[in-house]
Design a protein. Sequence first.
Length: 459
Amino acid sequence: MENKIVQGKSTGEWERQFPVISDIVSTKEVFWANPKVRKFSSAMKNISLGEKDVKDAEKRLKRFAPYIMKVFPETQKTGGIIESPTAKIPFMQRKIEAMFDEKLPGQMILKCDNELAISGSIKARGGIYEVLKHAEDLAVKNNLLKENDDYSVIDSSEFRKLFSKYSIAVASTGNLGLSIGIMSAKLGFKVYVHMSADARQWKKDLLRSKGVTVVEYKEDYSRAIVEARRQSLQDPDMYFVDDENSTDLFLGYAVAAYRLKNQLEEMNIAVDENHPLFVYLPCGVGGGPGGVAFGLKLVFKDNVHCFFAEPTHSPCMLLGLVTGLHDKVCVQDFGIDGITEADGLAVGRASKFVGKTMEELISGCYTVKDEKLYMLLSTLIDSENISLEPSALAGVLGSVQLLKSKAGKKYIKDNNLKDKMENSCHIAWATGGSMVPEEVMKSYYRKGRDILHRRFPDR
Ligand SMILES: *Cc1c(COP(=O)(O)O)cnc(C)c1O
């Protein structure tokens, strides 16, 4: 690799200082344990957000539940609360053991955000939350709404008329645009979604069918977000959902943790000192996985171990955390192309806000080859009949990476987890998939099967 200068140091010097960078740059799969991770209580001393903020977000979502239930009838069964099921996946666990020749102790669980109502991905948490909060702020300011009102009144021409005077802009690789676009259009806002080149055609078509203005770019996400920010700065009535810096998005995602706690209790799954919980979260810019992981740390403290999962060709959060440069480095600085079929994770530069906030709370990161995402995709359909989009499979490889890699083994040993692995629970956060059109899903499935046949010709 040419020796480019990144923040005053050559890439060669960065590699010597942090040897894991060599493997990252060669787009090899890596598992990295975060040397800065600390006990929950000491890490929290440096973080301004806390339980109160997440509870506040949870209450706001409850206030909106009657409205959500009214305008999205598919949420009636959960009383207007947008939440996904949590499922055991024992057949998949056995398949993975065979595929990677690694015994997986404990139980494997899938958090099925692919089934989230309204937009079929993890973005239905943070994205929808931020739009609702903005709508509430405007309605309260205009004396149309009070906090103890029945929020189903928002489904009226009076409110739509108010919101139609305002607009919302966002940049997206696809799913954030879907959730912001669908929710904003439903409320009556004008919406602009700036889509990077990675965004799938069906996502753009779907948004346009809902009256959303989709602006397309030939470049990656970084360009789309610059343009979206620029557009919103020119219009005082335009609200910009800032995926790189938004605390509202982050808090909307974090609410998931309290709900997961209840679900695990209902499933009789213990999380305590002798029953560690491992959670593997597909990571793009960082808001979704960072917010969820933050909530999980608030709930389970030192008994939960959270890991970010990224494609080998777009490991922006990993590079940001390893070097401590966060948003001052992008994958292209190190000669990594940023090209991946995991469109939800195709981000070259991570959020500084998330990197900084999670710096001492996140246990580590690992990367996955696109090929494996497809292998896991078709295997999950065959074993459990669950269909996810490629990005959403990145979490499924977590336990294998933890148990197989040298750095993962060391993590287990250093944290005295070895004897507890039989009692452990491993949650792969399945971040999206239910909105993928059937014919697109079929082509993903075939691709996965083809890769498997090439790798294991006699199975
Ligand atoms: C957006 C997205 C992620 C990652 O969320 P970030 O906030 O970008 O880190 C993961 N999986 C899917 C399917 C997504 O759409």
